[in-house]
Design a protein around this ligand. Structure first.
Ligand SMILES: *[C@@H]1O[C@H](CO)[C@@H](O)[C@H](O)[C@H]1NC(C)=O
Ligand SMILES: *[C@@H]1O[C@H](CO)[C@@H](O)[C@H](O)[C@H]1NC(C)=O
Ligand SMILES: *[C@@H]1O[C@H](CO)[C@@H](O)[C@H](O)[C@H]1NC(C)=O
Ligand SMILES: CC(=O)N[C@H]1CO[C@H](CO)[C@@H](O)[C@@H]1O
Length: 637
């Protein structure tokens, strides 16, 4: 081992003379490769010093604090049941544990040996190919024992199916970072969505001064940013989190003149990344795959004429050419661009009445809207042409594979209720994008699950608004390496699918899932607590087809956020595991009627490891709350 540094000698000296303060305690704990939460350490340190009426602690106190923090009865019980002498695990003991408890069916002695090498901190024990409790604890707290399957952290799905066979991580009004009426617009919205693996971004474009298009939420007081700066940010962060293609969904309100400026910016700033023609310069009968479009940026906008016309025009200068499109405006629908009224005088819209109107639409005569398009911009639309959704029947007869629909949340929900199977037959062939209704001016989100259940590819959410809906979005898309594309299950890709999310019983053998919620560890304290306490309670929710939606909860453990113990087992019958997400939500019971959020974790059922696992927790804003976690035993078949 390397020689002791002067600093280490000084520290040892301070140890012996009982001069360890809180800061040093934290530093020393930091070196022990087990995560420690500042608040918990602080209050345990404080308790020690108060009891002993001192201000700094000595080495024995430090060890006692370490023991208090790292003491995990539940893990020790496990260790004891596989360690005949209650002191060490041999390679064979560890292998038995892996096979019997962790469902690591392919584990061999070499696997066990590797784990010993990686996690056993005591050299002499390691040399004997054995593991102490310290080593076992490090292993149980490591990513090897996390609930999320390691192999799903990389791109493992077949990426060579057509684009419409994937769920695509999509955001709505990406430029907003808070409110839709008065909030600021910010480039940060784009970079952060891209870094989260989002692959479909929305850009709301308007004519700006000096012939320079701008991005903001039209007719509102949201602040403005230039279109060029948005495209620069997109270019910079496009392929940091994922190699797979990006779709820029343009909500275009610009004059043809500024549309040409937009086209210029797109071509100049994005360069080779911009997709400007089909892959082999022929008209496709099917959308290309994410694999074939790697590192490409696609433009989703209205388009004049067909893709064939665009290909024929290649190389011809279309500068200054403007074409007019006619489109029916369905006033009963909650179309983003058409329904948005000018900003009301007070920023409090009468939400109730607006909502009532849209849920029982008055039958008005369809109005025809004329749209002027610059040919230059129109020709940049290749595989993602925006087309009006009329009806499933009409789309089947007339829609081309490269055309796509945006459908408002309300209309989409109605279609899910009335004709879910037809919806699936539609999304099996065409990309459908769902967006929040216009009355969600505070940027609240709808539940994306009901639209995933019918195979909608782009279920756009307001990424800036945390909550259960974004937890589902983030939890679903951690799968497949977080690349933003998830291959839809076969029954949502099949063009003759009989699947209906509302009648799933008897389709296949249901999956039985059992979760034993054993304990919590270093949970965030309640904001009502003046020390490190909380009254934690855990909700386990299943999100999926309606039949599978269920929520169960544990009892409350009083006054313990450091290591609450539940020992409660929950069982679930899941009809469609391919669509199921499991959400663990930890709350603090502040009264009989109200709980306060402490942390959560969401993941796809099929990305869940079996056996003894820990569940990491995330804050409302999506930040990891390390080392806060739950300890569970998972079993499903
Ligand atoms: C936003 O508005 C909806 C009603 O449209 C309401 O249910 C929700 O609680 C609001 N959310 C926030 C964060 O204010
Ligand atoms: C605790 O948080 C809730 C919201 O989560 C808030 O309403 C409440 O005022 C907070 N209490 C304290 C004491 O900070
Ligand atoms: C949980 O189970 C263990 C034994 O497995 C037991 O020692 C402990 O008291 C139980 N705790 C609770 C809160 O039920
Ligand atoms: C007409 C129609 O519904 N098309 C939509 C396709 O997507 C774009 C961008 O998201 C929308 O602006 C269109 O309204």
């Amino acid at each position: 081992r390397e020689e002791k540094t002067a600093q280490q000698i000084r520290q040892e000296d301070e140890f012996r003379h009982g001069k360890i303060d809180l800061d040093k305690t934290l530093k020393l704990l930091g070196r022990m490769q087990l995560g420690f939460d500042y608040i918990h350490v602080k209050y345990i340190f404080k308790k020690t010093t108060e009891q002993r009426k001192v201000r700094t602690i000595n080495i024995e106190d430090f060890i006692a604090i370490y023991r208090t923090l790292a003491h995990r009865n539940e893990i020790q019980e496990l260790f004891f049941s596989y360690s005949p002498n209650h002191k060490i695990l041999t390679e064979a003991n560890l292998l038995e544990f892996l096979k019997k408890e962790q469902f690591e069916t392919e584990a061999t002695e070499a696997t066990a040996s590797e784990l010993i090498m990686r996690y056993e901190p005591i050299e002499e024990v390691k040399k004997l190919n054995q593991m102490t409790f310290e080593g076992f604890l490090r292993y149980m707290c490591s990513t090897d024992c996390a609930i999320f399957k390691q192999e799903h952290k990389t791109v493992y799905q077949d990426m060579s199916y057509s684009l419409c066979d994937y769920f695509i991580s999509s955001s709505h009004n990406t430029y907003l970072i808070s409110d839709q009426l008065i909030g600021p617009s910010h480039l940060w919205g784009y970079s952060s969505a891209l870094l989260k693996g989002c692959r479909c971004l929305e850009i709301d474009c308007w004519d700006g001064p000096q012939n320079d298009p701008i991005v903001y939420h039209g007719h509102t007081l949201t602040s403005k940013i230039t279109f060029a700066s948005v495209i620069q940010v997109v270019e910079k962060y496009a392929f940091v989190a994922s190699d797979y293609p990006i779709v820029l969904s343009l909500e275009n309100h610009c004059s043809p003149k500024q549309q040409e400026v937009m086209a210029d910016y797109l071509e100049k700033i994005l360069g080779d990344k911009l997709l400007t023609t089909t892959i082999d310069e022929t008209v496709p009968t099917e959308l290309p795959s994410p694999e074939a479009l790697k590192f490409k940026i696609l433009i989703k906008n209205k388009k004049v004429g067909t893709l064939q016309d665009t290909i024929l025009r290649r190389g011809i200068d279309t500068h200054g050419e403007v074409v007019e499109l006619e489109e029916e405006v369905d006033q009963s629908e909650d179309e983003e661009a058409t329904e948005r009224k000018p900003m009301p005088k007070t920023p409090q819209p009468k939400r109730k009445t607006v909502e009532k109107k849209s849920s029982s639409p008055p039958r008005k005569k369809p109005k025809v809207k004329k749209i002027k398009l610059a040919l230059e911009l129109s020709d940049l639309v290749i595989y993602t042409k925006s087309e009006k959704f009329v009806s499933f029947e009409n789309q089947r007869a007339n829609q081309h594979c490269y055309e796509n629909n945006s459908i408002g949340e309300l209309k989409a929900r109605k279609l899910v209720k009335q004709s879910a199977n037809e919806f699936i037959l539609h999304t099996a062939r065409f990309i459908a994008r769902i967006y929040p209704k216009g009355t969600r001016t505070n940027s609240s989100n709808y539940n994306p699950q009901e639209f995933w259940n019918v195979g909608c590819q782009m279920v756009a959410l307001n990424f800036q608004t945390p909550g259960q809906q974004m937890d589902l979005q983030n939890g679903k898309f951690v799968d497949n390496g977080g690349c933003g594309y998830l291959l839809k299950p076969e029954f949502l890709r099949d063009r003759y699918s009989k699947f209906n999310p509302h009648s799933v019983i008897g389709n296949q053998n249901p999956t039985m899932l059992s979760i034993k919620l054993i304990s919590g560890y270093q949970l965030p304290p309640s904001n009502l607590s003046r020390s490190n306490k909380a009254d934690p309670i855990v909700q386990i929710e299943i999100h999926g087809v309606p039949e599978d939606q269920v929520k169960q909860q544990t009892c409350v453990v009083r006054n313990n956020a450091l290591c609450p113990r539940w020992n409660e087992t929950f069982t679930f019958t899941i009809q469609v595991p391919e669509l199921a997400l499991v959400r663990f939500c930890v709350e603090d019971q502040i009264s009989l009627v109200s709980n306060e959020f402490l942390g959560q974790y969401t993941l796809p059922l099929l990305s869940m490891n079996k056996g003894y696992r820990h569940v990491p927790l995330y804050s409302k804003l999506g930040d990891r709350l390390d080392p806060a976690s739950l300890f569970v035993y998972i079993w499903y078949y």
